[in-house]
Design a protein around this ligand. Sequence first.
Ligand code: SF4
Length: 524
Amino acid sequence: MQRFEQSMYELIEETSTVLPGDVRRAIRRAKAMEDEGTRSAFALSTIAENIEMADCNISPICQDTGMPTFFVHCPVGANQIEMRKAILKAIERATKDGKLRPNSVDSLTGKNSGNNLGPGTPVIHFEQWERDDIEVRLILKGGGCENKNIQYSLPTQLEGLGKADRDLDGVRKCILHAVYQAQGQGCSAGFIGVGIGGDRTTGYELAKQQLLRPVDDVNPNEELRRLEEYILEAANRLGIGTMGFGGEATLLGCKIGVMNRLPASFFVSVAYNCWAFRRQGVVLDAGTGEIRSWVYPRGRETEEELKREEAAQPAALAREAAAQVGAGKAREVVLTAPVTEEQVRSLRVGDVVIINGPIFTGRDALHKYFMDHDSPVDLNGAVLYHCGPVMLKDSNGEWHVKAAGPTTSIREEPYQGEIMKKFGIRVVIGKGGMGPKTLQALKEHGGVYLNAIGGAAQYYAKTIKKVHGVYFLEEFGVPEAMWHLEAEGFAAIVTMDSHGNSLHKDVELDSREKLEQFKDPVFA
Ligand code: SF4
């Protein structure tokens, strides 16, 4: 088993940096669904470019490398204690090498362990089987989409859909509602795993396990197969689209599993996964720990297949090409901090903004801190980026950005408006949009919210030309620290402006209306 630790390292690296072929094909299908020149088409093009960059650079597809969750199947007699130790070592090394972001935080003190190890991190499930090899699957699911997981207890009343009973039709309503409530905040277009039954814990486990199924497989249970197909079709009529920008592609996959339940309980648990659907697995020689094969056809190995698929869809390709051109039709505005109120007030929802010059990152810890402390730097006219980057220090002590996509902004809703006014911040960049409090503050103060493409961590990392410095690194850890960066050509879309307009509000209202068309029973 001397090779086991190295094999685990390779599994982590592959999972974090290369999307498997089935996921890539699903994203490609989504691109073909969107009309040219739309925001969703633009977002999907950025996503596609980001996937290629991560693959080429062997760097994280998204900066949020999530909670590493392992599913290990091993023969009777395999030493699980040694395997666990090797997995922990591989995790630590992958974190040090910038393949994983340090993501394990003490829940009481807020301190980041720095190496992705700690109580409950990583998650490792062991199970024995009667085969003589070992299979290890790994899923890296980030916080943005993990926060959109949802569990229903039937019967229940659902917004837009009415009563969901304890039957398959009630399940259908819950799943559609789950997609609706996620909007773009879990970095749609997404994949969902659903667990019907179990208790509150096993229901969620079953839901997450469904995400391990290949995107293109067919459910052997006929009723569930029909439901999966129905959900995929219906969810894509909600109009939420990629990143919640509105559009045709909202859901890329739906996998449903079922288990028994207590007579008194009927849970429907939904695990929502973003487009950056990072899961991979290896089959290992139980004697040596060497990798024999990969569970999901690797992205690199399927390039030929993808090219053939492309060639077979000339209409889709033509639309994609037109979309790239069309995306350039939006008004483009270049901003460099310090940004003035006048510049901000000239912006409208739909404008594409190119940021050059200094930007500061800030997430949950910084926002909370700023409520009753001063800033160490002048933020008048500043650009604040909701981002927890992956950073690496070289041997000369200089920091480099390895991955830097936006994080979910809505978490900062209680603080954002106040902080913008207090420090004079004019531009906030994030993903998923913000709520009415921030919208009101943008109007009063003269501010703008830009939506960057969630998960496009390599794409945005490339726009960061220099790291000027860092504040609160010791106190908050790498992802939560305030990084002072120099950007060049950082593109994002205005989705909330200083005139009271919010694309997020509009898409939510529109999808709420569309949800009502699915009120009547289908699987009665
Ligand atoms: S793509 Fe979005 S939801 Fe997924 S891990 Fe990255 S930031 Fe989180």
